[in-house]
Design a protein around this ligand. Structure first.
Ligand code: PMP
Length: 394
């Protein structure tokens, strides 16, 4: 039988890649394809076979608060946080979601007072993750609405502050900035892993979100998880997911459980000294990000058109050495006042996301640092050739 669907031209899949040296490189999204090389090397260890009869039920564990969470995944989440030391799991409910995206909405639903006369304001400090405003507003719910920059938020009443640390887009380490009573804080810790930032202390918050997308690189599996202290909030989040998707794909959960277990194995086998830890999955990620940051800084310096933020160094309790934050995105700033930085990159066949999407000026642009090697190579080559004279290509 033939499929009559028109071909999708929007999505560029790995099967339909253009390898030409002058191709457009799309670094607009944070697609974590750089991890493919690691998982290719893992071969069978990271291959999951699911027999036809397995995980057919809607349910995973009918007695648990999160009845659609696969016990294998739950165990591997607990194990990974213990091995990495990036979050306290004791006294927390674990809730699985279809990506952390679904959990952000579940958390906003659960944290908004249901009987409030006004929608609860959702705020985050500029520059904030570009999806937060649209996620808040696209359904026009009366429960919550996007309230803008947390730095300038002065209204009375209930609010929810989203704290992203390390931050997307600029990699900064963050704390809440509103700091008054009547608010709830949602910690989006998508990037709180040793390849991106030193793990100085385990996260110990009321509600934290993590995602496999940025931890293992399996964004396509769409698995995220929340660590939630308050049982009522946890139950409401579960209710949201029940109403939204009646749970979360078991196939994806089982695959993610395997990936997390391969990572924990790699950490445990590597032992705890800094030399040995470099053999683990995070050693791979840390080395690759360190090398990439070194190369992009050189390219930026050579071209002289942009600047990049500086990052602090801190002792990483997982890698057992002082490390610098090496974010998943480069937050480039055009030093020319008039410049539309994303437009400038587009003229050089690099697609990034404009600072405007993050509540900032168009002098900024975000490019992903997590793409495949060949695209990253082209990025640094091209950035190093963008010099202070507009439109020049040397
Ligand atoms: N939060 C942040 C800060 C992100 O950068 C992303 C992905 N770009 C997400 C949440 C959503 O990720 P996912 O739905 O793939 O878990």
């Amino acid at each position: 039988e033939t499929c009559n669907n028109p071909p999708l031209t929007l999505v560029s899949t790995s099967e339909r890649r253009d390898y030409g040296e002058d191709r457009v490189i799309n670094l607009d999204a944070g697609d974590p394809t750089m991890y493919e090389t690691y998982w290719k090397k893992m071969g069978k260890k990271a291959t999951v076979v699911i027999p036809g009869w397995r995980s057919m039920s809607y349910y995973s564990n009918g007695r648990s608060l999160c009845w659609f969470l696969e016990p294998d995944l739950c165990q591997q989440i607990l194990r990974l946080h213990r091995v990495v030391g990036n979050a306290i799991t004791e006294g927390r409910y674990i809730i699985v979601g279809t990506g952390s995206s679904q959990l952000i909405l579940a958390a906003l639903y659960a944290l908004s007072p249901p009987d409030s006369s006004e929608p609860t304001d959702v705020v985050s400090a500029v520059p904030y993750y570009s999806s937060y405003p649209s996620m808040c507003d696209y359904l026009k719910t009366s429960l919550f609405k996007w309230g803008g920059d947390a730095h300038t938020y002065e209204k009375e009443g209930s609010y929810i502050e989203i704290v992203t640390s390390p931050n997307n887009p600029d990699g900064s380490l963050r704390e809440p900035v509103v700091n008054r009573s009547g608010g709830a804080v949602l910690h989006d810790l998508a990037y709180y892993w040793p390849h991106y930032t030193p793990i100085a202390a385990p996260a110990d918050f009321d509600l934290s979100l993590f995602t496999a997308s940025k931890c293992t690189g399996h964004a396509g599996s769409r698995i995220g998880w929340a660590l939630v202290k308050n049982p009522e909030i946890a139950m409401k989040m579960v209710k949201f997911i029940e109403l939204n998707t009646i749970g979360v794909s078991k196939d994806s959960q089982l695959r993610t459980a395997r990936m997390l277990s391969v990572i924990s194995d790699s950490c445990e086998q590597a032992g705890s000294t800094s030399d040995n830890r470099s053999e683990s999955f995070y050693g791979f990620g840390h080395r690759l990000m360190t090398e990439r940051w070194c190369r992009i800084r050189q390219a930026v310096k050579h071209g002289g058109m942009f600047t990049l933020p500086d990052f602090p160094t801190a002792y990483c309790n997982f890698l057992n050495q002082p490390t610098e934050t090496r974010p998943a995105f480069a937050w480039l700033k055009c030093e020319d006042e008039e410049e539309d930085c994303a437009g400038l990159l587009r003229r050089h066949k690099i697609l990034g996301r404009s600072g405007v999407s993050f509540g900032c000026s168009p002098k900024f642009v975000r490019v992903s640092m997590m793409d495949r090697d060949d695209n990253f190579d082209l990025l640094v080559q091209r950035i190093s050739k963008i010099t202070a004279a507009p439109n020049s290509e040397h």
